[in-house]
Design a protein around this ligand. Structure first.
Ligand code: ADP
Ligand code: MG
Length: 321
């Protein structure tokens, strides 16, 4: 079973940022209001995620680290109406198979702490804990030297962590999220449900103040979010964030639709800063395309692209831009 977990880990856990993504998504799925992310040495030394969510019952704790043990899907039909971020039950066993993991958790009463190494449970004991979960992942890839060799510089690995935390924060303005690296706080959102505030925490308040709120809808889709004035552009596409029902996704056609909204106001090779949330019936999205869940298939993608372009274009022209 440990071998199967390591194979799954190869797909789900590419680098420290993948661990951060999976664990923060678990904290979000647990209805947390506050999530603190602490990493050392770009996550290769340690990653700790502290949340104030539902916690896990002591008698379910070891089970959560078993493959395909998800509490989020009751039967296969549910796969097509996925609301939660996680649903494959692969992350915890995958991570535990390639790192040293300690999780302390409580649902409100007495808590428990479990320790795993190399995918095996070493110990589980009762523990004093407030409601929520604290998971520590140390020495990632210690038993997968080949993977460790492929790690880029610490700066690159850290920037991937920052990037994924930012995107998760954009999708959840109602959750207070902080990221600390080697004891230095890199970002903190207010958790007040205000997307512009989150954009400000991440890109700077001055830039956030220069962004325009957008909103549009048709029978199937609702578009909202913030897009930059044409004067605030970047040389990289990576300042565009697309969320579907709060989930960060990557989609080439939808990125092009954002750019198309600017028409000729955008110089070649320049891209807007944008955080766009697309709301739709989950039945219209298939998130079960890739283990990392970032690639999705959308029904009526052309209709959605058009709505997105038109929504941005009409906002800009309303501003006489
Ligand atoms: P998935 O998220 O796909 O269900 P995971 O391996 O990520 O699978 O997690 C397994 C299970 O452990 C989850 O279904 C959930 O019940 C529980 N769990 C994991 N992390 C947390 C957390 N931070 N708070 C509460 N429950 C959690
Ligand atoms: Mg998960």
């Amino acid at each position: 079973a440990v071998l199967a977990d390591q194979i799954a880990a190869g797909e789900v856990i590419e680098r420290p940022a993948s661990v951060v993504k999976e664990l923060v998504e678990n904290a979000i799925d647990a209805d947390s209001h506050e999530i603190d992310i602490l990493v050392e040495e770009a996550g290769l030394k340690s990653i700790e995620i502290i949340d104030d969510g539902s916690g896990i019952e002591a008698d379910q704790l070891a089970l959560a680290f078993r493959r395909h043990a998800t509490s989020k899907i009751d039967d296969r039909k549910d796969l097509f109406r996925v609301h939660s971020l996680g649903f494959r039950g692969e992350a915890l066993p995958s991570i535990a198979s390639i790192a040293d993991v300690e999780m302390t958790t409580s649902t409100g009463g007495e808590g428990a702490v479990i320790h795993l190494a190399g995918g095996k449970v070493i110990s589980q004991k009762p523990a004093e804990a407030r409601r929520g979960t604290d998971i520590k992942v140390r020495d990632l890839f210690y038993n997968v030297p080949a993977r460790l060799k492929y790690m880029k510089s610490l700066n690159t690995e850290l920037s991937k962590i920052v990037d994924i935390v930012n995107r998760l924060a954009f999708g959840h303005p109602d959750i207070q999220i902080s990221l600390t690296h080697n004891n230095r706080e890199l970002m903190r959102t207010a958790g007040r449900g205000d997307l512009q505030q989150v954009v400000g925490s991440i890109y700077g308040m001055n830039k956030a103040a220069k962004m325009l709120p957008i909103s549009g809808s048709d029978a199937d889709f609702k578009v909202s979010g913030y897009v930059s004035l044409p004067e605030l552009t970047r040389a990289s596409r990576s300042y565009m964030t697309i969320l579907i029902n709060g989930r960060y996704i990557r989609n080439f056609q939808l990125s092009k639709a954002i750019i198309a909204g600017y028409g000729s106001k955008l110089m070649v090779g320049r891209y807007p800063v944008a955080v766009v949330n697309l709301e739709m019936d989950p039945l219209l999205v298939d998130v079960n395309v890739h283990p990392t869940k970032q690639e999705v298939r959308i029904s009526k993608e052309d209709q959605l692209s058009k709505l997105l372009t038109v929504t941005i274009r009409s906002k800009l022209s309303e501003q006489n831009l």
